[in-house]
Write a protein that binds this ligand. Structure first.
Ligand code: ROI
Length: 161
């Protein structure tokens, strides 16, 4: 059994509904168990500004899947919710599910970078992660508290629906 943290992001087609649907899909996964879900946040888009604000959250799961098998499962959920993976790397999306941390593993493969690249500088990842795991220490021994303390909120607020 591994502990994993997943970042959720959505800024298209009713983000609140997208987020809830994705959490239900994860809860129905036979090899994983949802342990905690952070509050939902509203964040300013990183990247082009001519897109909607994002709903962001972090989900903690226990899983018996390998990192790659979990990635496959997350991408299946993304696809089932209308995600089209194309070259719009910085553009709007219906649903993004990214593995942030997987136990204390460090993985740099073609498909997976864990810890998730840039997570240390993204307010919409650090603050919700801190809500559910304030004592967390990253695989490189950095304290989440220190990262949050250094990270501007950049207009991050709670999502009101
Ligand atoms: N910006 C915000 N605020 N939240 C995201 O989840 C997010 N995801 C992305 C890009 C397009 C980089 N910008 C984002 O993939």
């Amino acid at each position: 059994m591994s502990i994993c943290y997943i970042a959720l992001g959505s800024n298209l087609e009713d983000p609140f509904a997208q987020a809830n649907r994705a959490i239900i899909a994860l809860q129905q996964s036979p090899q994983s168990k949802v342990i905690d879900v952070s509050p939902f946040y509203r964040s300013k888009p990183l990247g082009p500004q001519d897109q909607n604000d994002y709903l962001n959250a972090v989900i903690k799961i226990y899983t018996d899947l390998s990192p790659i098998a979990l990635l496959d499962e997350l991408q299946t959920i993304e696809k089932s919710q209308g995600r089209i993976r194309k070259e719009n790397r910085w553009g709007a999306r219906t649903l993004d599910l990214d593995i942030l941390l997987f136990d204390n593993l460090i993985i740099n493969s073609e498909r997976l970078t864990i810890p998730h690249y840039h997570m240390k500088h993204r307010e919409f990842v650090l603050y919700p992660l801190f809500d559910i795991e304030p004592q967390l220490i990253l695989p490189d021994n950095e304290k989440l508290l220190d990262l949050v303390s250094k990270c501007a909120k950049n207009g991050l607020t709670k999502w009101h629906e």
